[in-house]
Design a protein around this ligand. Structure first.
Ligand code: SAM
Ligand code: SF4
Length: 348
């Protein structure tokens, strides 16, 4: 399958587009796209065991996803991240990656990347690299096969590690993302860092965020990274770094391993002041903030016209509504999800 020539005609704006600047003077240069809400795992902090997924008919087609991403690139977005759900289980995903990679070739885009659970990487790593993807994030919370199965509800850690092997063999730079989970992987985080850094991979720790009903109590899962970091300091010495990847992580160098460790702390330290991103779902809903309900429907304007005027206007209008930040809280009085949608809808 290849996209119609008309898709590419839409790449050329009729007049130079205005860059996307929100009401707090933040330039929006980063779009994260959840290409599917489906996944081959059911991680306990992300999904409930019996999730109901969107009917396939509600999804944007790959051509429509391409058209929307391109509209953002024309408006100054420099980095695209495909996520989900599991992006590599979306049928035909490589067609989209190949098509979006034309923006790398023209220099309109600095980076095309993805966040994946790694289960399909043995199949796709080489192709991703061939389409100009340089770095990927792989989510892995434990190396213990039983714990991995318990966290993902049925995943096979060996398959993920084989996927990471394939990615590195293909020349992709891999960063490991691990969610810090109280009583689950908290004793293993130090070893996970040693393992990742030993293979030349950066690692980032993430705090659990209260997104979606998962049929469990968040307080049981929540481990503040301030506590994890204090414990890790007994084994490692950290040196603060200025290093930035365009994401919300704050990085340190771990002196003993020489590797980089990031901390994503939406709960204990709010990073919203430097937010440069918006998130698009697989149904064409644009969320201006991961932690707020307000959203803009881009599917309707997209489908209403073959030209991009309506969709451009809808994007401009949405950016004027980007909020200052989220207000997540997890404590004894706030055990319910702050938002009803799951992380797999908006894309992590
Ligand atoms: N399936 C892919 C994966 O697991 O990498 C991409 C989507 S997943 C939603 C993206 C990231 O969000 C993963 O690193 C996952 O661990 C993280 N995540 C999911 N639910 C979360 C939650 N409630 N709080 C914090 N991180 C979460
Ligand atoms: Fe799937 Fe990723 Fe959510 Fe786990 S975190 S259930 S792998 S979308």
């Amino acid at each position: 399958m290849s996209f119609a020539a008309s898709t590419f005609d839409l790449d050329r704006p009729a007049s130079p587009a205005r860059p996307l600047i929100d009401p707090f003077a933040r330039a929006i240069t980063y779009l994260r796209v959840s290409v599917t809400d489906r996944c081959d795992f059911r991680c306990v902090y992300c999904m409930s065991e019996h999730m109901s997924f969107l009917p396939k008919a509600d999804l944007l087609t790959l051509e429509e996803l391409d058209r929307l991403c391109t509209a953002f690139v024309v408006k100054g977005v420099r980095k695209l991240r495909l996520t989900g759900g599991e992006p590599l289980v979306r049928r035909g995903i490589m067609t989209l990656v190949r098509s979006l990679s034309r923006h790398l070739k023209t220099g309109a885009l600095d980076e095309l990347t993805l966040t994946t659970n790694g289960s399909q990487l043995t199949k796709y790593a080489a192709e991703l690299k061939g389409h100009g993807v340089e770095r990927i994030n792989v989510s892995l919370d434990t190396l213990d096969p039983d714990k991995f199965r318990a966290i993902t509800r049925w995943g096979d850690v060996d398959k993920v590690i084989a996927g990471i092997d394939a990615a590195q063999a293909a020349g992709l730079k891999v960063k490991i993302n691990a969610v810090a989970l109280k009583g689950v992987n908290e004793d293993e985080i130090g070893d996970l860092i040693a393992w990742a850094h030993g293979r030349g991979m950066d690692m980032t720790l993430i705090e659990v965020m209260p997104l979606g009903d998962i049929g469990e109590d968040r307080l049981d899962q929540y481990l503040p990274l301030s506590i994890a970091r204090a414990r890790l300091s007994e084994r490692y010495s950290f040196e603060d770094l200025d290093y930035q990847t365009g994401g919300p992580a704050r990085y340190v160098r771990v002196k003993e391993t020489g590797g980089r460790l990031g901390f994503i702390t939406p709960m204990t330290h709010n990073f919203c002041e430097s937010c440069n991103r918006v998130r698009l779902t697989c149904t064409g809903t644009l969320y201006m903030c991961l932690g707020q309900e307000d959203a803009a429907d881009l599917r309707m304007p997209l489908r209403a016209s073959e030209a991009n005027d309506l969709v451009d206007a809808a994007i401009d209008d949405a950016i004027t509504r980007k909020p200052k930040g989220h207000d997540f809280v997890i404590d004894r009085r706030h055990k319910r999800p702050a938002l009803s949608r799951h992380m797999s809808v908006t894309g992590g």
